[in-house]
Write a protein that binds this ligand. Structure first.
Ligand SMILES: [Zn+2]
Length: 144
C-alpha cells in the first residue's frame, strides 16, 4: 500500500491509500476517488513540500504592498498615478460635483465617473447619505 495526500479542486485535503503509484494515477484519472468533503472527483496529489504548500495557500503578504521602497517619494508618485488614472476616465463637473454625485446615488441621472470640487461640508453630508465619494490626492501643480 502507498499513501498519498490528495487535494480536490475545492482545496480539501485528505488521505488516500493505493496499491501503488500507478494505481493511484489510474483511479484519479478515472474519477474513482471522491473528496470526502464535497464529493468532487477532480482530485490531484497534494504537494507535500512545505515551501510549496505555503506558496499554494498564497497568504504570504507581498512585501512591497505594506512598505513602499523609497518612502514618501514612492508614495507620492503612486498617489499621482492614481489621480491621473481617475481623472483620465472621469468627467470634470466642477462645482456641481456634490449635486451630481447625489443625483447619481438617487438614480436620477446615469452613474458615471465624475470629479470636481466640493466643500468639506458637502463631502461630509454626501458620505452621511451613503454616497460613495473619494477624496483625490491634491495635484502637485495644475497643468493648465
Ligand atoms: Zn472537496
Amino acid at each position: 500500500m502507498i499513501h498519498y495526500a490528495l487535494v480536490c479542486d475545492a482545496g480539501h485535503e485528505f488521505d488516500g491509500w493505493f496499491d501503488d503509484g500507478a494505481g493511484c494515477d489510474r483511479q484519479l484519472a478515472r474519477g474513482l476517488v471522491a473528496c470526502p468533503s464535497c464529493h468532487s472527483s477532480r482530485i490531484g496529489k497534494a504537494l507535500m513540500t512545505p515551501s510549496l504548500a505555503n506558496a499554494r495557500h498564497g497568504l504570504t503578504p507581498d512585501a512591497g504592498a505594506s512598505s513602499l521602497p523609497g518612502g514618501d517619494a514612492a508614495l507620492r508618485s503612486a498617489m499621482q498615478e492614481l489621480r491621473r488614472q481617475v481623472l483620465a476616465g472621469a468627467q470634470d463637473v466642477g462645482r456641481d460635483f456634490a449635486a451630481r454625485a447625489r443625483q447619481m446615488h438617487e438614480g436620477e441621472i446615469a452613474a458615471k465617473p465624475i470629479y470636481g470640487e466640493a466643500s468639506r461640508d458637502e463631502v461630509v453630508s454626501l458620505l452621511e447619505e451613503g454616497v460613495p465619494v473619494l477624496p483625490l490626492p491634491p495635484a502637485p501643480k495644475e497643468q493648465h
